[in-house]
Design a protein around this ligand. Structure first.
Ligand code: GLC
Ligand code: MG
Length: 730
């Protein structure tokens, strides 16, 4: 059986990072905008976690991609990184590679894929840690559904990016469409409202950037700068000369022995390479002092590149030509991720400088890598670099909008050998002290343990007070019992209280749900009146809505799934003047359910209505019950289909569901592989189900009938385990 370990025992952490290309070796950093710093951060974090004795296992869950344009490595469902860390790839949505902006529509599918996968694991994670808003959206649902605490790292934020683009003169409407900002920001807000901890790399990121959000709570944040892999990034020392890096750079340069001004970044306009090349191009003294080496991603044919990247690169090439910088500037077409440490070392060897002139830099990982390599830095004063320079004292900050400030800083750094030496040394020791992954992980784990202890205390308190503690029993359940409400569960108080007790003693291994035509609000009200505890699962409005437990957490995946071809307004309009049917009160009309009263004698037949909708090319499901109600639902919705969806989502065979009902709108859930129970007081429309396999007709009425059915099947009875559940036991 799945178990949740107690705090301070080694943790199992589930990381979620969804976009870009992630693999454990030869990472394709800079291949596109989605495969950058976040990917390095995440993979190095999990490796360092794996090394720490406080951690049992780490799984990094990402998207499985099958695309002839990218390596088949990204189509491997599982990649072992070390003995206790893995990358798990789950397919969802289209198979091909997709940029992060278009992944939004498929994220609900990812939630279901994760749940199914999690159920197959020997243990549930102690923490879910998500990276960026897309993974945060998925992790938020998992966290709420499973009651597992959520840690989040934003990496970059929608509100900030949007504000920046608007400031640069772009139109809000166009931006929203291109970048899906409303969805991103909405989910960032929801993450902030729910997460147990948000990790940022700098104080500035926590206060200034997250400060723009409505759900900003300063106490939520913990600043832990990312580590640097000091085994990769180290000073030149007595190593052999980095031949590859030398040949890559030197073929551009007339006087290659001169110091190198090095910059490494994606060709993104925000990185402000334009200003850098102007600073260099306009200053002949600077050109005398050093060469400029720009490593800006990889490219094949410029003309086939992404428009934004193309703009940045062509601007660089035009500027080289305009200032006639031939022989002074190197702009290599290709580099691999293995070349990067050598490039820093080469620049350090030649007494150069690293510069990051970005308009804003959330953290500035490259500055730390440069520092670790013994290369002094000049960095933008906007964002994370302020922390880095304050910690390491290995360079100076510049105003990224001021060309002169950039060239002056470079010159003064290049022309002062004593200072250069000091900065170089300071950088190396500063990184060891402040920016190692092991240091990162130990603060990180301390915090996670603290949060888990706090949560355990809360749960113990809740249990003592007989309160629900938010953890869903579904991942541990072997059985699910689902009952209709009116005339099935409710009708006889005495047997109902027996049934409630029967359910309570099985709550560890059995989930309890209801499936009803009532709305969520009316369901909750009615259950309260009858003193039935709020079930683990609520299928309401004839299966058009699913919610979970006391917190009434909605199943967003179901909403997304049934939205298919649903044109509510058009249907409402089409049925407006049909004789013999009239709309039920407003409370009964829902986003995915239109309900009518049927005036039997004069009503147009249900078949005629179906015909009419078909003629108008409107897709809907019509459910007629008790001879007086007509529900119009999306084609994918019904109580029965909701149960099938739940079986899939939670990885339970249909046979492990027992369903009880009394009337027409229960038919679909009674049929099929579920174990059906029809209570003795059933409506005549169910008569035709008599004799069907796996539908038991009870003698007794209401809850007593359900109890009779439960006994008949030996349901959720350890001694009569007549269901094949072997694979759920370990
Ligand atoms: C409940 C609902 C109603 C629906 C009927 C049949 O009474 O309130 O809207 O039509 O069930 O499903
Ligand atoms: Mg009923």
């Amino acid at each position: 059986m799945l178990k949740n370990k107690i705090a301070d025992t080694p943790l199992y952490i589930m990381m979620l990072s969804i976009h870009g290309l992630i693999r454990g070796h030869e990472m394709e950093l800079g291949r596109d905008a989605d495969t950058g710093g976040q990917i390095t951060y995440v993979t190095e974090l999990i490796r360092a976690l794996g090394r720490n004795p406080g951690v049992d296992n780490v799984d990094l869950v990402t998207r499985l991609i099958e695309d002839p344009k990218i390596s088949s490595d990204y189509a491997q469902p599982e990649e072992q990184l070390s003995n206790n860390t893995r990358i798990i790839r789950l397919p969802f949505g289209p198979r091909r590679y997709l940029h992060k902006e278009v992944l939004w529509n498929y994220l609900d599918l990812m939630v279901d894929k994760c749940l199914l996968w999690m159920r197959q694991q020997p243990r549930l994670p102690d923490f879910i840690h998500t990276h960026y808003a897309d993974a945060g959206y998925v992790g938020l649902q998992l966290s709420k559904l499973l009651g597992i605490p959520l840690a989040h790292t934003g990496h970059s934020l929608g509100r900030c990016k949007k504000a920046r683009l608007i400031a640069s003169g772009r139109k809000e409407r166009v931006l929203d469409k291109q970048f899906n900002f409303p969805r991103r920001i909405e989910s960032e807000e929801a993450i902030l409202a729910h997460a147990s901890i948000v990790i940022t790399s700098t104080k500035q990121e926590a206060m200034d950037q997250y400060g723009l959000y409505e759900n900003f709570r300063p106490r939520l944040f913990m600043v832990i700068p990312p580590g640097t892999d000091t085994s990769r990034f180290s000073p030149p020392g007595k190593r052999n000369p980095p031949v590859n890096a030398i040949s890559m750079v030197d073929r551009f340069l007339h006087e290659p022995e001169k110091p190198i001004i090095l910059t490494i970044c994606r060709p993104d306009s925000r990185k402000n390479l334009h200003r850098l090349i102007c600073a260099y191009g306009e200053d002949t003294e600077l050109q005398e002092a050093a060469n400029l080496v720009i490593i800006a991603g990889n490219r094949e044919d410029l003309r086939e590149m992404d428009e934004a990247e193309q703009t940045v690169l062509t601007d660089l090439l035009f500027s080289i030509d305009r200032y006639d910088l031939y022989g002074k500037v190197a702009l290599p077409k290709h580099h691999s991720c293995e070349d990067i440490p050598d490039l820093y070392r080469l620049a350090a060897q030649r007494h150069g400088i690293f510069i990051n002139p970005a308009l804003t830099e959330p953290f500035g990982l490259t500055l730390i890598e440069a520092a670790a390599s013994g290369l002094p830095v000049i960095a933008t004063e906007e964002g994370g670099p302020t922390d880095i320079i304050a910690n390491c004292h290995n360079g100076i900050l510049v105003n990224p909008l001021d060309t002169n400030s950039i060239s002056n800083a470079l010159k003064s750094a290049l022309n002062n050998p004593r200072q250069w030496k000091k900065w170089s040394k300071n950088g190396i020791t500063g990184v060891r002290q402040h920016y190692s992954w092991d240091a990162h992980v130990s603060s990180y784990l301390k915090q996670l343990h603290r949060l888990l202890r706090r949560e355990r205390k809360q749960i113990r308190r809740d249990i003592a007070l007989f309160q629900h503690h938010g953890k869903s029993p579904l991942p541990f359940s072997h059985h699910v019992m689902i009952s209709d409400i009116d005339n099935t569960l409710l009708g006889d108080r005495e047997s109902l209280s027996q049934l409630v007790e029967w359910i309570r003693i099985r709550s560890q291994t059995m989930a309890f749900g209801i499936a009803t035509g009532r709305s969520l609000e009316s369901t909750v009200r009615t259950l309260k009146e009858w003193k039935v505890p709020i079930p683990d699962l609520l299928i309401t409005s004839v299966g058009s809505e699913i919610h979970y437990g006391k917190t009434l957490q909605p199943d967003l995946g179901w909403k997304f799934h049934i939205r298919y071809k649903w044109r509510r307004c058009a249907i409402l309009e089409a049925l407006k003047d049909i004789p013999g049917i009239s709309l039920q009160p407003d409370d009964n009309q829902r986003e995915f359910k239109l309900s009518y009263y049927v005036d039997q004698p004069v009503a147009t037949s249900i078949d005629d209505i179906a015909q009419l909708l078909k003629k108008l090319n409107l897709h809907a499901k019509l459910i007629h019950s008790h001879g007086e109600f007509l529900d119009v639902l999306p084609v994918r919705a019904s109580k029965g289909l909701a149960i099938r969806y739940l079986a899939y989502k939670w990885g339970l065979p249909l046979k492990s569901f027992l369903v009880a009902g009394d009337s027409g709108n229960d038919t679909e859930m009674l049929l099929g592989d579920t174990l059906g129970v029809v209570v003795g007081n059933y409506s005549p429309e169910l008569h035709h189900l008599k004799g069907q396999t796996q539908i038991y007709f009870a003698q007794k009425h209401f809850a007593a009938g359900i109890l009779e059915g439960l006994a008949y099947y030996g349901f959720a009875d350890k001694n009569r385990n007549n269901l094949s559940l072997e694979h759920f036991n370990d």
